[in-house]
Each structure stands twice: as structure tokens, then as C-alpha cells.
Write a protein that binds this ligand. Structure first.
Ligand code: DOR
Length: 424
């Protein structure tokens, strides 16, 4: 029998409205109780005084790169990066090689994860074959094999007729579609936000309209078909507005924001800094403010990293040739905690956006410390100050615009199914 008694921490479990100093008892991989002053003769005791004890954090947007791009990341290294960043569960995107557009690939990922991953891995299947935007992937077969959502992430489902069929199938199988909202026409050939910095650098700019038109379009279609659409990595004020209005109309729309989109702007691309090249692009102060407001008022439901690891030689290139993406799992906690510290939202609301809210979007029974729940727990030191050094990342991806940042807050212990898988 394995027993862990986490004592004296501030337990924040928004799924149960808990926020106070409590002990947490875990036995044999399950949550037994959250209560005051618990004692046990047999448990290993963990002192969590001064720390937050939360349900294991969940990231519904991760690129694990296996199969096919193991030089960027593997299921093993990506899962180690997850737990080092405080995430006990991650959902991996379909833009692998081969693309996860059929049950064989889905099963391969699930089997590899069972053998090699230290975090819980959930799998997202492609909407279309080879992400080609034309022919639907094997949605029913992949659902049977275990996928939790559909996405062509990295690419937008451009054709409305294809999106309509995808939504109808997704609805039948109870799967959300996660949209990478960038209009293929408006974003074609662009490499950063369209604005002062793109003009100054002479780089082709991506207008915010490219996101807003797709969000608006998808919201209309999802409302018409009464299905669940989820908007990935919201980057612009217009998209936040479109999601808010759709929610007011009763559309089943949810959304996520990535830490880089609420922490930095397109000015970070100055001096042709390829570490800040990401899709959708970093925008302006006004967009950052709108995303923060959207998270605070619930328009944006959750935080997701869009962890997109790349090799050094894929970033050390001319800006226009460099890969899009930021390795985000290991910087998400401090960047997100800043939202609570800066008064954007309460600490409970923040933890909700990283636990039960993302769990609800992909329909997994995680993100809670309810009695009998799987014992996935994150212990966070909100006051720990540290300097981001990508050389210390567990991820193979060292591509971050936050290198050298002095940040506050980190996961100091990550527990998956009752087992301590990370400690620092
Ligand atoms: O910047 C990005 N990189 N955005 C995406 O949506 C895809 C990702 C990747 O796969 O590298």
C-alpha cells in the first residue's frame, strides 16, 4: 500500500470550492480525503507549509512530436517536461509524422505513452487526412482507439464544407473540435503580427482579422449545428470579442490562451528574434489586455501551453525561414501565476483555468481532489524566484523567448497516480 500525507499546504481545488489550509491524504493512487490535522502512522508525510496544493495541472495543447520528429521531442521527454512544469496530464496534437489521422497512429501513441511517459497522455486526432484540409480523418476509428478531441492544429480547417462535415461527425462521437483559427488566405506567407514591428523589420505581417474571421465563422457554424468548438491559442482582441458574443448567444464555444500570448507582444520579435516566432503570432499590448480580460471574465476558459519544441538549427535561421513555436511546458506556471499576482484574477480562478476547466473541455475525469479521484497533485511554491534557463529544461526544445527572465512561482512536486514523479 502506498500512502502520502501532504500536510499544512494551502489546498486550492476549484472543482470543490476548496481554498484553505488542509491536509491531503492519498492512498494507492487515489484521493482519500482533504481535511484538517490528519494523522497517519503509515503514510510518508510531505510538509507543504507555505505551498499551494492543487489538482494536477492539465495542458490540453502540447506537441510531443512522436512519431516522426523525435529529434525535437519524444513522448518520454515531453512528459518529463510536463511534470517538471507541474502538469500531470497533457493532450498531444496530431501534427506528427505520420499524422495522427487513423487508429493505428492513435494506438501507437497510447501504447508508447503507457510504456514511457511519466505524465498522463491524452491523444488528439486530426480533423483531416494528413492535415490536408480536404478529406476527413478516420474519426470514428480514432475515437474507438481513445482520442479525446479533434484538431488540425498548426493548420486551420479552411474549407467551410469540410468543417461542416467534421463538426457533424465530431458531434456524433461527442468530440470537441479544436480550431487553429488563422484564415489560410489572410495568413499565407506571413511570419509575425501585422503592425509597427513587422513594418520596421520588413516582414510579412499576419492581420488580427485572420483569426477573428475564422472564430466568427466557426461560432456561427457550431451554433447552427449545436456542436462544441474549442478555439486554440487565442491571440487577438477581436477573437476574444467574437468568442464572448458567441457565448452570449448560447453557442457551445470554449477557448484557451497560451502564456506567451498574455505575457509578451510582437515587439519581442525585434532584432529578428526567432524565439518569438509563433503561430498565431504575438500581438500588441491591446490584445494582451483583451486576453487577460477574457481569462478573468471566463470568455477564455483555460490556459494551454501550445508547447512546440523545435531543434536549435530550426530556430537559428533567418526569421522568415525559422520554425513557428515556443517550448512552453516549463515556463507556464510562473507566467500564469503572474496573472493572480497582478490582480487580473483570483488564485482560485487561475487554478481553475489550469485544472477542472481544461479537464471539462476534453471530457476527462481529472482536475479534482474529490474523494476517490485519481491522485494527480501538483505542489506549487508561489514565492520561489528563479531564472529561466532553457539549458535546464527537461524538454528537448530549448526554444523560448523567456530565457533569462527572472520569474516567480514553480512546481516543486508533481504527483501522478499517487507517485512522486518530479521534485525540486
Ligand atoms: O507556433 C506553432 N507551432 N503553432 C502551432 O499551431 C503549431 C506549432 C508546431 O507544431 O510547431
Amino acid at each position: 500500500m502506498s500512502e502520502l500525507l501532504i500536510k499544512g499546504g494551502r489546498v486550492i481545488d476549484p472543482s470543490n470550492g476548496i481554498n484553505g489550509i488542509f491536509d491531503l491524504l492519498l492512498i494507492d493512487g487515489l484521493v482519500v480525503q482533504v481535511a484538517e490535522d490528519m494523522k497517519s502512522e503509515t503514510a510518508t508525510v510531505i510538509d507543504a507549509t507555505g505551498k499551494w496544493v492543487t489538482p494536477g495541472l492539465i495542458d490540453i495543447h502540447t506537441h510531443l512530436r512522436e512519431p516522426g520528429y523525435e529529434y525535437k521531442e519524444t513522448i518520454a521527454t515531453g512528459s518529463m517536461a510536463a511534470v517538471a512544469g507541474g502538469f500531470t496530464s497533457i493532450a498531444c496534437m496530431a501534427n506528427t509524422n505520420p499524422v495522427n489521422d487513423n487508429a493505428e497512429v492513435t494506438r501507437l501513441i497510447i501504447e508508447t505513452a503507457k510504456r514511457e511517459a511519466v505524465a498522463n497522455i491524452y491523444v488528439i486526432g486530426a480533423v483531416t487526412k494528413g492535415l490536408n484540409g480536404k478529406q476527413l480523418a478516420d474519426i470514428g476509428d480514432m475515437k474507438e482507439a481513445g482520442i479525446v478531441a479533434l484538431s488540425d492544429d498548426g493548420k486551420c480547417v479552411g474549407a467551410l464544407s469540410v468543417m461542416r462535415s467534421a463538426m457533424e461527425y465530431a458531434g456524433m462521437f461527442g468530440l470537441p473540435i479544436i480550431e487553429h483559427a488563422e484564415d489560410p488566405g489572410l495568413s499565407l506567407g506571413t511570419v509575425m503580427n501585422e503592425g509597427f514591428t513587422s513594418l520596421k523589420l520588413g516582414l510579412p505581417g499576419n492581420p488580427t482579422a485572420s483569426e477573428e474571421v475564422i472564430v466568427s465563422r466557426d461560432a456561427v457554424l457550431a451554433g447552427y449545428l449545436d456542436v462544441h468548438i474549442h478555439i486554440a491559442h487565442v491571440s487577438s482582441k477581436g477573437a476574444v470579442r467574437a468568442i464572448r458574443e458567441a457565448k452570449e448567444r448560447g453557442v457551445r464555444i470554449t477557448a484557451e490562451a497560451a502564456p506567451h500570448h498574455f505575457s509578451i507582444t510582437d515587439e519581442t520579435c525585434d532584432n529578428f528574434n526567432t524565439m518569438a516566432k509563433v503561430a498565431p503570432p504575438l500581438r500588441t499590448d491591446e490584445d494582451v489586455a483583451a486576453i487577460r480580460e477574457g481569462l478573468a471574465d471566463g470568455t477564455i476558459d483555460c490556459i494551454a501551453t501550445d508547447h512546440a519544441p523545435h531543434a536549435v538549427n530550426e530556430k537559428e535561421l533567418e526569421f522568415e525561414l525559422a520554425a513557428f513555436g515556443i517550448s512552453g511546458l516549463e515556463t507556464a506556471v510562473p507566467l500564469s501565476l503572474a496573472l493572480a499576482r497582478e490582480g487580473v484574477m483570483s488564485e482560485e480562478k487561475l487554478i481553475e483555468t489550469m485544472t477542472c476547466a481544461p479537464a471539462g473541455i476534453i471530457g476527462i475525469d481529472r482536475g479534482t481532489l474529490s474523494e476517490g479521484a485519481v491522485a494527480d497533485v501538483t505542489i506549487i511554491d508561489p514565492n520561489s524566484e528563479w531564472t529561466v534557463d532553457p539549458e535546464n529544461f527537461a524538454s528537448k526544445g530549448r526554444n523560448t523567448p523567456f530565457a533569462g527572465w527572472r520569474v516567480k512561482g514553480r512546481a516543486v512536486m508533481t504527483i501522478v497516480k499517487g507517485k512522486i514523479v518530479y521534485e525540486c
